[in-house]
Each structure stands twice: as structure tokens, then as C-alpha cells.
Design a protein around this ligand. Sequence first.
Ligand code: ADP
Ligand code: ZN
Length: 228
Amino acid sequence: MIPGARLVLLGRQGAGKGTQCVRLARHYVIPHISTGDMLRMAVKEGTDFGQKAKDYMDAGELLPDDIIVGIVAERLARDDTSRRGYVLDGFPRTVGQAEALAELSADSLQPLDVVLDLEVPEDVVFQRISKRRVCTDCGTNYSVDSPPRYDWTCDTCGGQVTQREDDTEEAIRHRLDLYREQTEPLIAWYQSRDLLAAIDGLGHPDEVTRRLIRAVDLRTRPGRALNR
Ligand code: ADP
Ligand code: ZN
């Protein structure tokens, strides 16, 4: 039986959070909870809420804390997360959201194990996001440098692979500004609570995955990490 884990991944847009979260979720057998994916799903379903979310997302703005906290709280209350844990991707991204998460974790007596900060410089992520293409069905990431095998059809699910509407140059710049202003303060916030592990996000994705797993194991099962 593989023990679960409760993880948060921080990192700029384009740092590779999505890709790495999928791998961490598989490794620790925990659900991958991506607020961006959840919102894009709501947009696709065309609900009133989805329409409202789309307006924020297309403008590159953050949704208000209370709305996004409500969505995450509901998701964290489900069986799979209370049994196994989770890897959170795209949440929290403000100090207000981090405080709300801390409260939820305290209420359920399920504290975070570690917050991983995936470090990639701004100029590098800017290049990566401009080249990013995403499956509209399953969210798998591609890039113009490594497209799917057949004509922008997703290798994983056969869905259509396109550029995200919020991946225009202007929206990317705006999201990076917001990250600096709103999300970067979380690094110090978690550091002062002794929960932060900074991980170099440059290099081959497999190497980055190894670094992340090592950091998690060091926190949660030190004996095992030392034997790797
Ligand atoms: P990126 O990290 O590239 O901006 P995401 O897929 O994580 O992409 O999020 C897309 C959009 O969804 C964000 O720009 C924002 O509008 C909204 N969003 C996602 N997560 C949050 C959050 N925790 N708080 C507020 N808004 C969010
Ligand atoms: Zn797909």
C-alpha cells in the first residue's frame, strides 16, 4: 500500500506545474486537483458560472478568493482526497487562499506535507507559454516544438489540440505580473511555516520529477528518500 500525500505545487505559469502534477498524482496515487482545469471544464459545460469564470480567465484576471475557495473546499471534502490526499495545482495563489486552505486542513486534521516551489525564470516561462498548445478535452500539454503525432489530435484522448485563449502575449504578461504581486508572497509565507521546498524546474522533465519526488519523500518518509 503506497502512502498518500498532501502536496501543493507553486510556480509561474509555464513552469511545468501541470505536467509535473500529473506525474506526482500517478506516483503517489492521489488526485490531481487543478483549479484551472476545473474552471475550463465549467466553461465548456456552458453554465452561468462557467460564463462568469470565462470573463475573468480571458482577461487573465484571478477569480475572487471566496469563489475559488468554495470550489476547492467542495473538492477537498470528497472521499478520495480525505483518504489519499491530493496534489493542488494552481491553488492557492493568494495569501487569502493559503489562509483558507490552512483552515480547511486544520478543520479536517489533514495538514499539508510540503509545498513545492518549481523555480523557472520569467524569460524562460514566457517562451514556453507562447509555444504551448493544450488538448481541449483532457488538458494534456504540447508545444509547437513537440506536437502530437497526428495533425494536432491529442495522443492521449483524440481531442483537439489548440492554443489556450488566455495564452496571448498580452495576457501572459499580465498573468506573470499577477503572479509576482499575488502569488510570490506565498513562498515566504510557506517558508516561515517550514513547509516550503524549492525545486529547480530547469532540465529534462524526468529529472525535475525525480527532484520533486525526492523532496516529498524527504519530508514524508526520510528513510526511503535516503535509500534512493
Ligand atoms: P495559468 O497558471 O497558466 O494562468 P491556470 O490553468 O492555472 O493557468 O489558470 C487559468 C485561469 O484560471 C487563471 O488565469 C485564473 O483566471 C483562473 N484561476 C485558476 N486558479 C485560480 C485561483 N486559485 N484563484 C483565482 N483564479 C484562478
Ligand atoms: Zn486529450
